[in-house]
Design a binder for this molecule. Structure first.
Ligand SMILES: NC(=O)c1ccc[n+]([C@@H]2O[C@H](COP(=O)([O-])OP(=O)(O)OC[C@H]3O[C@@H](n4cnc5c(N)ncnc54)[C@H](O)[C@@H]3O)[C@@H](O)[C@H]2O)c1
Length: 268
């Protein structure tokens, strides 16, 4: 069977963990040459090893997506390695781990969340789009909380709404370069990022244990379960593949029905 990404060069930010890691593994299975950009060296090397064990092609470059000097250096490395880029997945991201309203949120938390979740997309795209000489595809990971809001994470919600608008603005500008830009708005998936926010903040959200917060998150998703990294990586693959060649500027909600509203009555 023909592989969907044969010979394509794919850069995945945040590829050391969660959605990014799962996407890197899936892309490599589909024939892509994968380059992982992340601050987490150990996680990145683990992803690369897992790909190489299955005879795939992958490499890791330590990058903090908040800083242009680091991105510029990493982009030069990609240019030397492959001379081009076909796919960029912007999955590097942080939650508002110090959950609280705007009065309670330290300025440095605002900067960290916005710089990682918004400026990171801007910088990676700024330095990699010039390498998409044959056209390409970009997928940004926004969030269901970029479309609706939740309590005590105002900066996270703001960063994800910005990621959706940045996706649309990039899509309109770069259609002429044959570059498609879409984003995904996931509901809650059990990844290390969400485990961290639950463990650090369950009391702050009024729960007596992490498990009771997980149960509450689960019941907010009408499909009856939390998402997985695989639920998201499969949609990312669809978006970057030729199957989605007429899609650009879309914000795809993948959330087990979370954003449908509160019309669900009764116990599951
Ligand atoms: N898990 C969910 O439920 C969920 C829901 C909606 C949106 N998202 C978004 O999906 C994306 C991936 O999240 P995940 O759940 O896979 O989290 P994760 O923590 O498992 O993975 C995020 C990765 O980003 C990396 N990273 C963080 N800051 C970085 C920086 N400054 N530079 C480079 N790399 C950095 C981390 O080291 C990590 O490897 C994030 O943007 C997140 O906001 C996640």
């Amino acid at each position: 069977m023909t592989k969907k990404l044969n010979g394509k060069v794919a850069i995945i930010t945040g590829g050391s963990s969660g959605f990014g890691r799962e996407t890197a593994l899936l892309f490599a299975d589909e024939g892509a040459k994968v380059v992982i950009w992340d601050v987490d060296e150990k996680g990145g090397e683990d992803t690369v090893s897992a790909i190489k064990e299955k005879d795939g092609e992958a490499s890791f470059f330590k990058v903090d997506v908040r800083f242009s000097a680091e991105i510029e250096k990493a982009a030069k490395n990609v240019e030397q390695l492959y001379g081009k880029v076909d796919v960029l997945v912007n999955s590097a991201g942080v939650h508002q781990y110090r959950a609280g309203n705007v009065v309670e949120t330290p300025e440095e938390e605002y900067d960290k969340v916005m710089d990682t979740n918004v400026k990171g997309i801007f910088l990676s795209s700024k330095y990699l789009i010039p390498l998409m000489s044959d056209g390409g595809s970009i997928v940004n990971i926004a969030s269901a909380w970029g479309t609706i809001v939740s309590n005590k994470v105002p900066i996270y919600c703001t960063s994800k709404a910005a990621a959706i608008q940045l996706t649309k603005a990039m899509a309109i500008d770069h259609a002429v370069d044959k570059i498609r830009v879409n984003c995904i708005c996931p509901g809650t998936c059990k990844t290390p990022m969400v485990e961290k926010i639950v463990n650090l903040n369950y009391k702050n959200f009024g729960f007596d244990s992490p498990d009771s917060m997980w149960d509450s998150r689960k019941s907010a998703h009408p499909i009856g379960r939390l998402g997985t990294a695989t639920d998201i990586s499969k949609v990312i693959l669809f978006l970057v593949s030729d199957d989605a060649s007429w899609m650009t500027g879309s914000a795809i909600i993948v959330d087990g029905g979370y954003t449908l509203g509160k019309s669900f009555v009764g116990k599951r």
